[in-house]
Design a protein around this ligand. Structure first.
Ligand SMILES: *Cc1c(COP(=O)(O)O)cnc(C)c1O
Length: 384
């Protein structure tokens, strides 16, 4: 990338990724689940943080306890991107494969597959002689999304054990309410899982981030943290610091205009915010076209020069308005932070009526992803 283009990129929105914080969060997960192996979930471009950057930073190179023990992705394209980027670690396709061609591809690249419905078992039974894969059987213990009824575990085990394409069987289920520490659903799911499996052989995995941090009983052989790795609390009403997690992404931009408006002036589309007095107003270069939530309303906090200010008016595609009362020093070019250390994405999500997961995943390819301490553009989304 040319120098002039780099400079242009730095003037608009960027997401700065702190890989030290990412690794610290993985170590925190290890301390909280010391007896479990870790499948680091990196689907959806590592929750918007850049798949390869994140995977390389977390990859333990196969050494026990050195990093993640495996990576979890949603689909084949994500798994292939890991291999193409030089990641040799174990990779699990969390939705499995839809047909024989993908099954063969998975076997060739040593991907492990989740099996959650009968057609996928049939695929394995009819696979060509060269196919040998590790299989994770997903049981539906109460989420009612993917998975077999738990009472079929024994029959499935018998079928898969006869199947030449299956190298090894492990068991998993997914928790629906682990983010609610008072809910009884999590322990009911765990109990259904245990009862269905009894003494069947194979490793077991239940816990997502909520399970890992909130429900030690769910740790078992493998934990599958996603959101906590990125320094976000899975629990509504609690932020990262309360869970001893460090935010990994700082979403930042700059003021591109500062002006004085008059009492009664309306700001932005629809005139949705009206100045109550003569006042300084800034315009920052970020909008829903970058993935900043359009539903972030008046009063959503942002940082200008490291101090709190608030958003005013409707979020546009490329810009937001900022109330600069209390910021008399603010000038065009000054740095603006939308979320990151000092401004929890959890708080922004509450203002936008959504969850941090959605905000992080929504940051799109118009936003330059850069690694902290390395100002070069290090990652662009596939195809960009
Ligand atoms: C996404 C996902 C996870 C990670 O969930 P978090 O809440 O982000 O920790 C774990 N397991 C499965 C099957 C998933 O799809």
């Amino acid at each position: 990338m040319s120098e002039s283009l780099d400079a242009a990129v730095s003037l608009r929105a960027r997401a700065v990724i702190d890989l030290r914080a990412l690794r610290a969060n993985l170590q925190h997960a290890r301390r909280r689940a010391p007896g479990s192996r870790i499948m680091a979930v990196v689907k959806a471009n590592a929750y918007g943080h850049g798949l390869l950057r994140v995977a390389h930073a977390l990859d333990g190179g196969g050494r026990e306890g050195a990093g993640a023990d495996a990576f979890g992705v949603a689909c084949m394209s994500e798994a292939l991107a890991l291999r193409a980027g030089g990641v040799d670690a174990r990779v699990v396709l969390l939705e499995g494969v839809p047909d024989g061609a993908e099954l063969e591809l998975a076997a060739r690249r040593s991907f492990e597959i989740v099996v959650h419905h009968d057609e996928q078992v049939t695929l394995l039974e009819h696979a060509g002689g060269s196919v040998r894969v590790r299989v994770w059987v997903k049981l539906d213990t109460g989420m009612h999304r993917l998975g077999f009824p738990p009472e079929r575990a024994r029959e499935l085990h018998a079928r898969l054990a006869r199947c030449g394409a299956v190298r090894e069987v492990a068991w998993m289920t997914h928790l629906a309410c682990a983010d609610d520490r008072r809910s009884g659903a999590t322990l009911r799911q765990l109990e259904r899982f245990r009862a269905a499996l009894g003494d069947l052989p194979g490793e077991r995995s239940v816990a997502n981030s909520g399970g890992l941090l909130g429900w030690p009983e769910t740790h078992l052989d493998w934990v599958r943290p996603g959101i906590l790795l990125y320094g976000v609390s899975p629990f509504p009403g609690r932020d990262a610091a309360q869970e001893q997690l460090r935010p990994v992404m700082t979403l930042q931009t700059r003021l591109i205009a500062v002006k004085t408006l008059h009492k009664g002036d309306a700001v932005g589309y629809g005139g949705a915010w009206v100045c109550p007095e003569d006042m300084p107003v800034g315009v920052a270069a970020i909008g829903y076209g970058d993935g900043y939530p359009r539903h972030a309303g008046n009063g959503t906090p942002i940082l200008v020069n490291g101090r709190r200010a608030v958003l005013i008016g409707r979020v546009s595609m490329d810009m937001i308005g900022v109330d600069l009362r209390g910021h008399p020093e603010a000038r065009a070019g000054d740095p603006v932070v939308l979320w990151g250390p000092g401004l929890p994405v959890e708080e922004i999500a509450r203002h936008a009526g959504t969850i941090p997961y959605e905000l992080l995943c929504a940051v799109n390819r118009r936003v330059a992803l850069v690694t902290r301490d390395d100002p070069a553009l290090v990652y662009a989304a596939p195809g960009s």
